[in-house]
Every structure is written in C-alpha cells, then in structure tokens.
Design a protein around this ligand. Structure first.
Ligand SMILES: Cc1cc2nc3c(=O)[nH]c(=O)nc-3n(C[C@H](O)[C@H](O)[C@H](O)COP(=O)(O)OP(=O)(O)OC[C@H]3O[C@@H](n4cnc5c(N)ncnc54)[C@H](O)[C@@H]3O)c2cc1C
Ligand SMILES: *[C@@H]1O[C@H](CO)[C@@H](O)[C@H](O)[C@H]1NC(C)=O
Ligand SMILES: *[C@@H]1O[C@H](CO)[C@@H](O)[C@H](O)[C@H]1NC(C)=O
Ligand SMILES: *[C@@H]1O[C@H](CO)[C@@H](O)[C@H](O)[C@H]1NC(C)=O
Ligand SMILES: *[C@@H]1O[C@H](CO)[C@@H](O)[C@H](O)[C@H]1NC(C)=O
Length: 533
C-alpha cells in the first residue's frame, strides 16, 4: 500500500506553483494510492468512469466494502442510534446521515474525503459533538465521521508534549495524564470534545497562565482536501498552521493534535457558588477586579453567570490552579456572603470537569449559544445583566427554559499569548485588553420555541452592543465556539485575516472541498444561516 505522505522536497515543489493540489488531480488514482481496490467496488468504478451522479448510498456502500461493517454504521444498526443520541443538542440529534464512518487512522480519513469527492456526498466530522450549531458536526443524508476509534492520548518521554487524537473528550485526556502530573490547555467540562474546542480557540482554567488551547498546539496531523496527510507546525506548512489556530473546520481534518504539556499538581481548587440578587453588585465588582488582576496572578479563573430558576440567580465558577482555597487574589470573591450553594473544594482537574458537567450541561435539550465581546467594564457587565433579565420576561413561558448569560474575561495574559509561534487569525491584540466575552446560552424543550429563543438572545446581544457602541466599549471579536449560526466569527477576525485565510484555503483546497462537501459550521465566506432568526 502506498502511503500518500509527500516528502518535504516534493511538497516544496508543489508549493512553488502556489497550489497544494495539482490542476489535474485524479481522485480515483489517489484512492488507488490509498490502497483502495477500485475495481472491487463496481459502483465506484462505474462512477469514476462516468464521473457524474451524486450518491451518498454509493459513498457509504463503498466505505462498507473497503472498511467492513465495524467501521460503518447505517440507519438500521443500533450503533447508529447510539451515536446520534450522543450529540449534545437536540437539534443535532434530529439530523440523519446516510451513514456514520469510524476511521481508525489518518489514512482512513483520507480515503473518506476522496470517496466524498468522487461521489459528491457531503460529510461532517464529529469530535465531542458539543457544537451548538445545527449541522456543525452532523450532516443530513451524508457521511458523518466519528472519531471514536481514534482516541490515543500520550505524553512524550520528556513530558514536554502531549499527543491526542480527536476521539477524545477533555475528561479522557486529563484522566490519562493525571498520574504523570501533566495536563494540557483544554476544556472545562468533561464531555466536551478536543476537536471543536481546539480549532475554534479554547478557554481553559489555566488560560491566564498559558493562553488559549489553539495557542498551545505545537503541530497538527492534518488530512487535506486532496487526501494528503501532512504534519503542520510553525516550521512545516506555517501558513496552514496559523490558519488552524482558530480557523475551525475550513482547512482540513485534524487527526492528531500535538500540544505543549503543562506540569500540574495532582489537585487544584475550584467549583461553583450560587447567589441571589442581593449579591449581584458585589459579584460584578469582584468579577471586574479579578479580571484586571490576571496580570498579577494568572492562576485564577472565573465565569460569572446570571440565570433564572424561579428567581434571579448568579452562579460564579471560581478556580485556582493550585490546591489553595484562599489565594489572596480570590479574597474579594471569598468575602461575598450569602452563597446558597457552594461546591468549591480541592479536587483533581478531571473531577472538576465532571462537577461542572453536572445536570446543568443539559445534554439532549434544544440549545442556543450567542456571543459578543466588549471591553472589560463594570458598567457593561451590569448593563448586560439588566438587559438579559428585562428581555427574559418575554420568554419565561417557554417550556423547560434554562437561560443564562455568562461573563468571562479574555485577560491580558491570554491576549499576549495569541502572538506566540507566529500568531493566530483571531484578530485579538493585547492593546485592546482586557476584554469581556459574553455568552447567552439557553436550553428548552420544544422545537416550536426555537425562533422565539433565538430572537430573545439576538435582542439581548443587539441591545447590549448598542449601549457598548455608544460608550465605545464594543469589540468586534466573536468567539467561534460560542457563536450562533447567524453570527460570522471569521469576518469578526478582521478583513486582513479573513483575506489571508481565504488565500490559504485556495492554496490547499482549490476545489473548495471543505466548503462545498462539508457544508456545516462557520465557513470562510459566511455563517451557516444568513440574516437573523
Ligand atoms: C457543556 C459545554 C461546555 C463547554 N466548555 C467550554 C470551555 O470550557 N471552553 C471553551 O473554550 N469552550 C467550551 N465550550 C464550547 C466548545 O468549545 C464548543 O462547543 C466546541 O465546538 C465543542 O467541541 P466538540 O469537539 O465537542 O464539538 P463538535 O460538535 O464535535 O465539533 C465542532 C466543530 O469542530 C469541527 N471539528 C471537530 N473535530 C475536528 C477535527 N478533528 N478536524 C476538523 N474539524 C473538526 C466539527 O466539524 C464542527 O464543525 C463548551 C460547550 C459546551 C456545550
Ligand atoms: C483518473 O485515473 C483513472 C485511472 O488511471 C482513469 O481511468 C480516469 O480516466 C482518470 N480520471 C480523470 C478525470 O482523468
Ligand atoms: C481487486 O479486485 C478485483 C475484483 O474483485 C480482483 O480481481 C483483484 O484481484 C483485486 N486486486 C487486488 C490487488 O486485490
Ligand atoms: C509529525 O511530526 C512529529 C513531530 O515532529 C513526528 O513525531 C511525526 O512522526 C510526524 N508525523 C508524520 C505523519 O510525519
Ligand atoms: C446596575 O444597574 C442597576 C439597574 O439599572 C442600577 O440600579 C445600578 O445602579 C447599577 N450599578 C452600577 C454599579 O452601575
């Protein structure tokens, strides 16, 4: 079997023409190079000859013939239902792919991309399946790629780097590293996947020490649009390395992330506290002050949320990277009296992600995420809270509604680290900081309420941003991992970064495979839905 790994020399030759894929690229020949016996699959052989017809049934049949029943689930199989039932949002569970493909290695992913191209059958790839965007990681009638058989986690012998494949959740990664007193920069909730979070940015408990998850990736193993498997780092394909650090699913399928390992004590301090409305002013003060102090002590982390459950509530999630319950930087928060729930304690990182998963992650409910960014500012935090509760009154009759607005801080140290290793495309600068990241998240029961809830969230955003704009506190950045399908994170990165991303896409994916054949999620030329809800 020929392995389609180009030698560095050959790659340089290809790049000299400024396109990664030859003009006369032959998909059939690439499949043969991958070890696929085309003549053993009459449907595919005929298709190749005629080179027409779209056909997901041909695509899925071919995958089954090449890889066997163990790697392909069709709609009648129990494993199909199990897979679909594991998506986080109800909206993604409503999508029915023609088949689910479970690659075991990068070469299998390459073959799937080529089969998709040959049959013109669309695909989606699912890591943890926690995207709130319908169709973000599942595709109606197409091939949904599940990474569940690609779940390696390993630390290098010198403990400086960690490699993990996209079949992991953050819980599986942290659990595997715990005994070696290591961790990586990743998610804060156990069931979230490594793939989507890392490709869109990635905020961790330790981000004020080390930066975003994307800024801690040293190299990616990537399957390109032509099915070529490349190693992407600052020294090898630096343009696509830059693009992958926030560019989402537009540039290829990552089959392995190699990231900086961070040394960890076995335990840390953290958890959630819940307060009633009388504590709101003190919480907003503490939120602002802790956000500003990230420069002084980056071990602290916080998320301040306002929510509704029969009454107005605030939940603050506080963490400290060491097993210290009373770090000086936390003194202001720790002095706020009246918590009606307090789950803060010393525990391991993996345990903390399980605690934060809790029932609150609402797996299986209908979900909406909306986001925007402002300067870190007490007045704007207060305005955000006020407008959220005002607008909420109009939707409180929605069945099963669990609404929240969460305030985080894109701290000065996080902003400073966006420029390491050649920088990333997010368009964030330390000169703008610190920034306040806002997430309106809602869960509810019935599809009939989808539009109302999305209109509610959009209105909160629009009203708050109008105030922020008037006070010169608005910032254009939209965090991809929290964006609604009507928002355009790529455009928010700025015109120059967007143009650079488009040029890189043209070079590595001249046929537009990741745009046309992988239609879900935030594309370079726009978000999945246009207009407003
Ligand atoms: C309960 C919950 C907790 C969260 N906590 C955090 C947090 O602590 N920090 C934070 O920053 N964000 C957090 N998020 C947001 C999170 O980053 C996004 O939801 C993210 O998309 C989840 O990644 P995933 O792999 O689970 O999603 P998926 O739905 O599997 O993937 C999301 C997108 O990434 C693409 N993708 C996934 N893997 C690959 C790959 N290997 N190659 C190419 N494309 C790929 C998919 O095609 C899809 O378009 C949270 C979300 C939820 C629901
Ligand atoms: C691709 O290569 C195959 C096998 O060599 C050949 O039969 C086919 O005609 C080629 N297709 C195109 C579009 O050139
Ligand atoms: C490819 O498949 C054909 C048809 O089934 C078979 O005759 C041939 O031996 C196969 N070739 C290889 C290399 O396995
Ligand atoms: C990618 O690079 C890493 C680190 O340099 C190396 O260990 C690995 O073998 C490379 N993978 C491929 C497919 O070349
Ligand atoms: C916050 O908003 C409330 C409601 O409008 C207002 O009464 C209060 O004074 C504001 N607090 C601050 C610190 O701006």
């Amino acid at each position: 079997m020929k392995f389609p790994l180009f030698s560095a020399a050959l790659v340089v030759g290809v790049l000299a023409q400024d396109s990664f894929e030859p003009v006369n690229f032959n998909i059939t020949e690439a499949l043969v190079d991958n070890g696929v016996n085309i003549s053993a699959i009459p449907e595919l052989a005929n298709l190749a000859e005629r080179s027409l017809l779209s056909g997901c049934s041909i695509g899925c049949n071919s995958l089954k013939l090449i890889f066997g029943d163990d790697q392909v689930e069709t709609q009648s199989e129990p494993a199909y239902a199990t897979f679909i039932g594991a998506f986080w949002s109800a909206q993604q569970r409503e999508i029915s792919p023609q088949c689910i493909f479970k690659p075991k290695k990068a070469l299998d992913v390459s073959t799937a991309v080529l089969i998709s191209r040959l049959t013109q059958c669309p695909f989606a790839v699912k890591s943890g399946g926690h995207s709130a965007v319908p169709g973000g990681s599942n595709v109606d009638g197409g091939i949904t790629v599940s990474f569940e058989k690609m779940n390696l986690v390993s630390a290098s012998p010198d403990k400086k780097t960690v490699s993990f494949q996209p079949g992991n959740t953050w819980f599986s990664v942290y659990s595997a590293l715990e005994s070696q007193n290591l961790a990586v920069i990743g998610g804060r909730v156990s069931s979230v996947g490594v793939g989507g979070l890392t490709l869109g940015g990635g905020v961790s408990f330790f981000s004020s020490m080390y930066g975003l998850a994307c800024d801690n990736v040293l190299s990616y193993e990537l399957v390109t649009a032509s099915g070529i498997i490349i190693n992407v780092s600052q020294n090898s394909f630096p343009d696509i390395y830059w693009a992958l650090r926030g560019g989402g699913n537009n540039f290829g399928i990552v089959t392995q992330f190699n990231v900086a390992a961070i040394p960890r004590a076995p335990t840390m301090w953290g958890g959630s506290r819940v307060y009633l409305a009388d504590a709101f002013p003190a919480l907003i003060d503490a939120y602002y002050n802790l956000g500003v102090k990230a420069k002084v002590d980056g071990k602290a982390h916080q998320i301040l949320s306002f929510a509704w459950s029969q009454v107005q509530l605030a939940t603050v999630e506080l963490e400290y990277a060491d097993p210290v319950p009373n770090a000086p930087v936390m003194a202001e928060y720790n002095a706020i009296p009246g918590a009606i729930v307090d789950q803060t304690a010393v525990r391991s990182l993996a345990e903390l992600t399980v605690l934060l998963e809790g029932p609150a992650s609402g797996s299986g409910l209908r979900q909406a995420f909306w986001t925007w960014t402002m300067k870190l500012n007490k007045g704007m935090a207060n305005v955000t809270k006020n407008i959220f509760f005002e607008e909420l009154n109009a939707v409180l009759d929605v069945a099963g509604l669990l609404p929240a607005v969460s305030l985080q801080v894109i701290t000065d140290p996080i902003l400073e680290r966006t420029s390491v290793r050649g920088g990333n495309p997010l368009g964030l600068s330390p000169n703008d900081g610190p920034l306040m990241n806002v997430l309106v998240a809602a869960k509810w029961e019935n599809k009939a309420d989808d539009t109302r809830i999305n209109k509610f969230a959009a209105k909160v955003k629009d009203r708050v941003l109008a105030v922020a704009t008037a006070k010169v506190k608005a910032h254009p950045y939209l965090y991809m991992n929290y964006a609604s399908p009507w928002q355009n994170p790529i455009a928010s990165y700025g015109a120059a970064n967007k143009a650079r991303l488009e040029a890189i896409s043209k070079k590595y994916d001249p046929a537009g495979v990741f745009k046309k054949l992988q239609p879900g999620y935030f594309k370079l030329d726009g978000p999945p839905l246009s207009g407003s809800p």
